[in-house]
Ligand binder design. Structure first.
Ligand code: IDP
Ligand code: MG
Length: 140
């Protein structure tokens, strides 16, 4: 299996509860390495651009409100089959459906405030990494 990269966000519900370290520990224990990380307060433009794929969904506006409601930690994660590995440790979008031991089952508050984002394909991982990081910020 090839070593690849994925993009992660620790969302405002998690930073508000001081869970940055706890979430990162679960990512690391899942075999992912944090090769870039920064704490930012997303602008409305950034949130709308990042989630543009969901523009027609009923939750889009609320989601952009939520993602700009407090600080987030954006990260680049590296590991074997990083996208799938991260999706596995994240758990299902709706924490009520997430498996035991996943980040969302352990920490998420709701289907919206679900503690973490993770890319859903290698192609989107590259787009999302480029959205928030310049190459010199990523140190593998
Ligand atoms: P994912 O984060 O598991 O990939 P997506 O379908 O890509 O899930 O949705 C992006 C984000 O939008 C979710 O993580 C969650 O924060 C929010 N979201 C998704 N579905 C709903 C919903 O039905 N109601 C409210 N928020 C939602
Ligand atoms: Mg998604």
């Amino acid at each position: 299996m090839a070593v690849t990269r994925t993009f992660s966000i620790i969302k405002p519900d998690a930073t508000r509860r001081n869970l940055t370290g706890a979430v990162t520990k679960m990512l690391e224990e899942a075999g992912l390495r944090v090769v870039a990380s920064k704490r930012i307060h997303m602008t409305r433009d950034q949130a709308e651009g990042f989630y543009a794929v969901h523009k027609e969904r009923p939750f889009y506006n609320d989601l952009c409100d939520f993602m700009t409601s407090g600080p987030v930690v954006v990260q680049v994660l590296e590991g074997e089959d990083a996208v799938a590995r991260n999706r596995q440790v994240m758990g299902a979008t709706n924490p009520a459906q997430a498996d035991e031991g996943t980040i969302r089952k352990t920490y998420a508050e709701s289907i919206e405030a679900n503690s973490v984002h993770g890319s859903d394909s290698d192609e989107n991982a590259k787009i999302e990494i480029d959205f928030f990081f310049s190459p010199d910020e990523i140190v593998g």
